[in-house]
Design a protein around this ligand. Sequence first.
Ligand code: SF4
Ligand code: SF4
Length: 78
Amino acid sequence: MAYVITDRCAGVRDGACREVCPKDCIHDAGAQFVIDPEECIDCGACVVACPVGAIAHEDDLVGAEGVFAQVNRAFFGR
Ligand code: SF4
Ligand code: SF4
């Protein structure tokens, strides 16, 4: 389990989440930032740092947002 970034990040991409991540597991995927699910320790620090609410725990993704668990994972070849 891990935290996931949704497409609410696109168009903002300010990197605020990266500043606070203790594991350096947030990466720039181009259209949006993504989280490496193997490295994320579920601390939640990035959630409060994001100005647009783009980050949620994988278990809390709602409806169509579920696809972003795969989008984040796929970037790292997971
Ligand atoms: S939950 Fe913690 S470890 Fe995971 S991406 Fe966010 S800040 Fe990094
Ligand atoms: S803080 Fe939010 S908007 Fe900014 S890069 Fe991270 S996920 Fe994207």
